[in-house]
Design a protein around this ligand. Structure first.
Ligand code: AMP
Ligand code: ZN
Length: 465
């Protein structure tokens, strides 16, 4: 078996990932469901998806938990503005998130726990931390005593004075919201006392009415579903400090065991040199990209094609380039499908042609090198001279890579998607009722999604644009 090598934020080194037999446990920090996820968020989830697919392909048996953050300042604030209950509001955005993931061909996690459904586990953990003197109660809130955990800063190297400044500055927006009476500026909140602006969103606890802090949810759910030591934990690079640092402190102070063996962080998607973020107003959603005439598959290719440890600058040109690359790959796909039908996670026994592209993925998930190599090799071979067995081997190697990258390549005879049929039907009805404005609008929407409607006298046909 060939092993995967991956950069570990904890040791700052490339490390060989060794499978543990039964299952390889993974926890990814999931979305805060108060709005549409933006494509920066999806860069992170897409890279995580490539990792999971590669692990499946390579025989590691990954088992993935990815949480939903459905209780925090933002979900509570915006649910109240919307007039919905917190549960209704967060369900709406969780459903949209799952739909977007499906469109982007992101495999669903094995478990998707919600924070609000695990308040009991979080309270239990906080109690243990208080008993062990790692946490204290103050004015009905509970704080983690950072000074009690010697290893604090092991992941992000943030410590001492720096930590105190950070607690108030850069991470301050998140922390300020958490601020109550603390022994030390760097202590962070585990349980937040109920405030008037929380409305009816509170739970009973040994410390009075309130709700858990953001960090404790991930520790509690990760330990519940994956055990006290998990193999790999990941998220965007902004989560390294304070979120993941705090997760380590809480979990290890509670269990006395190493929380995570391998930490993976994904660099940001940028726009004009700034991180794409809801708060900066420079975000695009999957819907924006579709309205601009690109498919989710094109966006997927665009977002996974940069190296995950380098920031990726988002541009429309990048989407056009992705579209072209996919069209080229679709031609190979069509051709190879004559020799093999494989599309699941099936690993070729030997790599005769595309081994270097596969090795690039195994070497710290180097997708750009993998793609570069794939195009180079495919472009330089003349398969009409291949034996039938060679053709089958090449096709299977191609399909294995296609699975790992999660590419859906449209063949000429690709079935027309259900939503395009639905739109075209609505358009036809509108035309029959002489509502030409709506009919034209829908024609444009369908075209932007890559399909053309041709009208005959009594019906219509749809063809690929
Ligand atoms: P949130 O919903 O804000 O908790 O973020 C969900 C995930 O998206 C986290 O793993 C973040 O680190 C990640 N993330 C946020 N902004 C970006 C960005 N611009 N590029 C890549 N990942 C991001
Ligand atoms: Zn988390």
């Amino acid at each position: 078996m060939k092993y995967l090598t991956l950069h570990n934020t904890l040791t700052k080194r490339l490390e060989r990932i060794v499978p543990k037999g039964e299952r390889f446990t993974i926890y990814f920090c999931g979305p805060t469901v108060y709005n549409y996820a933006h494509i920066g968020n999806f860069r992170t989830y897409l890279i995580e998806d490539v990792l999971v697919r590669l692990l499946k392909l390579a025989g590691y048996r990954p088992f993935v938990a990815r949480n939903i953050t459905d209780v925090d300042d933002k979900t509570i604030r915006d649910s109240q503005k919307s007039g919905m209950t917190l549960a209704e509001f967060t369900k709406k955005y969780s459903d949209i998130f799952r739909e977007d993931c499906a469109k982007l061909n992101i495999l669903p996690p094995d478990i998707e726990p919600r924070a609000a459904a695990h308040i009991g586990e979080q309270i239990a953990m906080i109690r243990t931390l208080i008993e062990r003197n790692h946490a204290y109660e103050s004015e009905n809130s509970v704080y983690f005593r950072v000074g009690s955990f010697e290893n604090y800063g092991c992941l992000s190297n943030v410590g001492g004075r720096e930590l105190q400044t950070q607690a108030f500055d850069s991470a301050g927006k998140r922390n300020m919201a958490d601020e109550y009476e603390r022994e030390d500026a760097s202590d962070f909140v585990l349980w937040k006392a109920r405030k008037p602006e929380d409305g009816e969103n509170f739970w009973e606890s040994p410390w009075g009415e309130g709700r858990p802090g953001w960090h404790i949810e991930c520790s509690a759910m990760a330990i519940k579903y994956l055990g006290e030591t998990i193999d790999l934990h990941g998220g965007g690079v902004d989560l390294c400090f304070p979120h993941h640092e705090n997760e380590i402190a809480q979990s290890e102070a509670c269990t006395g065991k190493q929380f995570v063996r391998h930490w993976m962080h994904i660099a940001h998607l940028m726009v004009d040199g700034a991180k794409m973020a809801k708060s900066l107003g420079n975000m695009h959603t999957l819907r924006d990209i579709e309205e601009a005439g690109f498919t989710a598959d094109t966006l997927r290719y665009c977002l996974v094609s940069g190296h995950y440890r380098q920031p990726l600058n988002f541009t429309m040109n990048g989407l056009h380039a992705a579209d072209n690359a996919l069209k080229k790959l679709a031609k190979y796909d069509e051709n190879f499908s004559k020799f093999s039908k494989n599309s699941g996670p099936s690993l070729p026994t030997t790599w005769l042609f595309l081994g270097e592209a596969y090795d690039a993925l195994l070497n710290d998930l180097n997708v750009p090198l993998c793609l570069g190599n794939l195009f180079k090799v495919l472009g330089s071979m003349d398969i009409s001279e291949f034996s039938f067995d060679q053709k089958i081997a090449l096709a299977e190697e191609f399909f294995a890579l296609k699975y790992a990258l999660g590419l859906r390549l449209e063949r000429e005879n690709a079935p027309i998607p259900g939503d395009i049929w639905a739109l075209a039907n609505v358009r036809w009805q509108a035309k029959m009722q002489k509502n030409y404005t709506l009919a034209d609008e829908l024609r444009i929407r369908i075209e932007k999604a890559g399909w053309l409607v041709n009208d005959a006298q009594t019906s219509f046909t749809i063809v690929k644009k």
